[in-house]
Design a protein around this ligand. Structure first.
Ligand SMILES: O=C(O)CCC(=O)C(=O)O
Ligand SMILES: [Fe+2]
Length: 266
């Protein structure tokens, strides 16, 4: 199984270049993901959010060490500094457009590998579970070049969040979000249900149901298709809104990294 996975990786990505000690960071990460993925079922599990087409989460995408190393890359490059600006959200935001720094390129490769291997594993397993028939990420998005050319780092202090939104249309379909530090609940609400204004028998407007998704540190979320265009996402970290399994989540700082690709202009 491991050899087969390595062959798939070689075919898809070629042999990556080596650094002075003969093994690049990318090689090491690839080796790790290969080892982990050779025991499907225990790690690197992709879960669909069944209510929403085009929404998937891989909860163990980054190990604790990889999360620390990503945070120190962000720290070193000033993305976690206090003077980053506020956008339409409460939290602090820092953005990068254009050529991605090496660590972000590596991360982007790792995301591609992981999705590719996840899709291959679905194809080679028993299809009795319907979720496995679903597409994890459309291949035209997975193999576009570059996969991502922009990222945004959001830093949320306890109580801070981001209001309900559909990501701007200047970004293409296919968005990836990595969560670091604190867990949080992201809520999804249907754009159409909201526009239809549902009323109860007392003619009161009934807010449409929100689908909660727990984003744990080290997880990777994929948002594409309906999830990207027909659902809003939000994080409300005010007291009483971060409930999971009946318990209020203990909030610390949360950092997220969202990777996207700008629409190409002719
Ligand atoms: O912080 C997150 O997990 C989400 C960020 C987000 O939705 C955005 O930057 O558009
Ligand atoms: Fe967003």
């Amino acid at each position: 199984m491991e050899e087969e996975m390595k062959a798939i990786l070689r075919e898809a990505f070629g042999d990556s270049s080596s650094d002075s000690d003969g093994e690049s960071v990318h090689d090491r990460r690839r080796q790790n993901s290969c080892d982990e993925l050779s025991i499907f079922g225990d790690t690197q599990i992709w879960e669909p959010i069944n209510e929403i087409s085009g929404l998937w989460i891989c909860r163990d995408f980054l190990s604790a060490d990889q999360q620390d190393s990503l945070l120190s890359d962000l720290e070193q490059e000033g993305y976690l500094a206090d003077d980053s600006c506020n956008q339409f959200e409460d939290c602090k935001t820092a953005m990068k457009f254009g050529d991605l720094p090496p660590w972000a390129l590596e991360l982007s490769h790792t995301i591609r590998e992981n999705i590719h291997l996840g899709s291959v594993s679905f194809e080679s397993t028993d299809l009795s579970d319907n979720s496995k028939l679903r597409c994890l990420f459309p291949s035209e998005l997975l193999w576009r070049d570059p996969l991502f050319d922009q990222f945004i780092v959001n830093i949320y202090q306890p109580g801070e969040g981001i209001c309900a939104h559909v990501d701007l249309l200047r970004f293409e379909d296919g968005i990836a979000i990595i969560s670091l530090e604190s867990s949080c609940v992201m809520h999804f609400s249907s754009v159409e249900a909201e526009a239809d204004h549902l009323y109860n028998s007392n003619k009161e407007c009934v807010p449409s149901a929100k689908i909660p998704v727990l984003l744990t540190p080290g997880s990777l979320v994929l948002i594409w298709g309906e999830a990207r265009y027909l659902w809003k996402h939000e994080i409300n970290r005010k007291l009483g809104f971060q409930i999971w399994d009946g318990q209020e989540i203990d909030q610390k700082r949360r950092v997220s990294l969202t990777l996207r690709r700008l629409c190409q202009t002719e």
